[in-house]
Design a protein around this ligand. Structure first.
Ligand code: GLV
Ligand code: MN
Ligand code: MN
Length: 421
């Protein structure tokens, strides 16, 4: 496929657009966009315009995902889904998730209205990070048909449920089933920054993801008794802060004992949160990951038992909610090979790797053949404002993406899948 739009110009444009979206934020001075916030609406407006200008029909589904449909050469045709997420962590960089959406739009632009035997749907997922509700993948779980009532009733720190957040955005939770992945979807493909140091250390611009580590997310609420910090002797306290602190250290100790296991308490909320009051309640998050589901679930179960042991000994109580128990997934071998061939045509070496970070791809892999392409991340820095990516690597990714589209459009094996669809 010839592409007359200069790839280097496209790469510059992709980076400029990611930077532009980083300025659309709910926290002035830093980048933060959570599920269906006002900032998300503004972000959708901008990305929707880019999608439309590239020839896509734009809509927002009932789970708040932004969707752009670029038609195929013929009216009835299956679709290839490209995407990533448009929400961010607090104080985020400009590229985690966003790059995958903007780069997919750039592929549509590079097609310059040429049509393929399959349609292309670009999806900007509404929620991947789990920041607002402690529960990630709201957008992609809707596509996988896994956004159940329990998830919709989950509350943010202001007591707003996922369901209400959807309604407040002007969408209908009752229509979430219509957001489901269509049966004529051939595959899901996601471009994403690596968010780690491996590709940089190897001097390789693009990575081919073989699998994504599973993750457990949960919340623990340590319930003690608030009391006066000056008058309550140490042996008569039920201090939720000390109990939580002991458990947090246990989380670190357990993770360090097992190779490849990572466990994080990244969020803490203390009640009443005053210097001269013993903490009555402490809510903490837990995030546990490993490429083996057995290792991960055993660690998560053990940490729940340890929390019970700690509160029992200290005369407190603990409540525990599992917010996500997502198994590890493998990527599609056929698509991985196709990506490697496409990258080679783009003059680019690749490296196969497992992703420790979670991605929408791990949810969609349960529904359709799925693959991910990683871009080298300078310094391995991510979830941080200094996150970056080079123009050259973005250009390689676009070129690889265009070669991949050409290959898939002419691949006999992919055509067979299309026939089945
Ligand atoms: C997503 O960024 C994750 O937490 O892995
Ligand atoms: Mn991401
Ligand atoms: Mn992230």
């Amino acid at each position: 496929m010839e592409h007359s739009v200069a790839i280097a110009d496209q790469a510059e444009k992709v980076i400029a657009r990611c930077k532009r979206l980083a300025s659309i934020t709910e926290v002035p001075g830093s980048t933060c966009r959570t599920f269906l916030s006002m900032a998300m609406r503004d972000c959708y407006q901008e990305v929707g315009e880019w999608m439309e200008a590239a020839g896509a029909e734009v809509s927002i589904d009932a789970a708040g995902n932004l969707r752009g449909f670029y038609p195929a050469a013929q009216t009835v045709a299956p679709r290839l889904v490209l995407g990533s997420h448009l929400d961010t962590v607090p104080d985020a960089g400009a590229y985690d998730g966003i790059l995958g959406v903007v780069l997919a739009v750039s592929l549509l632009e590079t097609l310059e209205d040429r049509k393929l035997p399959f349609a292309i749907e670009v999806i900007g997922f509404s929620e991947e990070e789990g920041v607002r509700f402690g529960m990630p993948f709201i957008g992609s779980r809707a596509l996988a048909g896994k956004l159940d009532d329990e998830s919709l009733n989950c509350k943010d720190t202001n007591g707003v449920t996922v369901r209400s957040a959807i309604e407040n955005f002007g969408l209908q939770p009752a229509e979430i089933s219509k957001a489901g992945m269509r049966t004529d979807s051939l595959a899901y493909l996601e471009f994403h920054i690596e968010q780690g140091p491996v590709l940089e250390s190897l001097g390789i611009p693009l990575g081919v993801v073989e699998g994504i580590a599973g993750q457990t997310r949960g919340e623990f609420i340590f319930v003690g008794r608030a009391n006066h910090a000056g008058t309550t002797p140490m042996n008569l306290r039920h201090d939720a802060m000390s109990a939580a602190a002991e458990w947090i250290i246990e989380v670190e100790r357990v993770a360090k004992r097992e190779k490849g296991l990572v466990a994080t308490v990244g969020r803490i909320a203390v009640t009443p949160n005053a210097a001269n009051v013993i903490a009555g309640q402490v809510r903490v998050s837990l995030d546990v990951r490993h490429k083996s589901d057995h290792v991960r679930t055993c660690a998560a179960d053990f940490l729940a038992i340890q929390a019970q042991e700690i509160v029992h000994r200290r005369g407190l109580k603990v409540e525990h909610k599992v917010l996500l128990n997502q198994p590890a997934v493998s990527m599609d071998p056929f698509l991985m090979e196709q990506i490697e061939q496409a990258a080679a045509k783009a003059g680019c070496r690749t490296h196969r790797m497992v992703s420790g970070a979670g991605h929408d791809a791990m949810i969609l892999a349960e529904k359709v053949p799925t693959a991910m392409i990683f871009l080298r991340t300078p310094g391995g820095i991510s979830h941080h404002p200094s996150e970056s990516v080079s123009v050259e690597d973005v250009a390689k990714a676009i070129e690889c993406g265009m070669c991949l589209l050409t290959q898939l459009a002419t691949s006999v094996e992919f055509q067979k899948r299309m026939y089945r669809a």
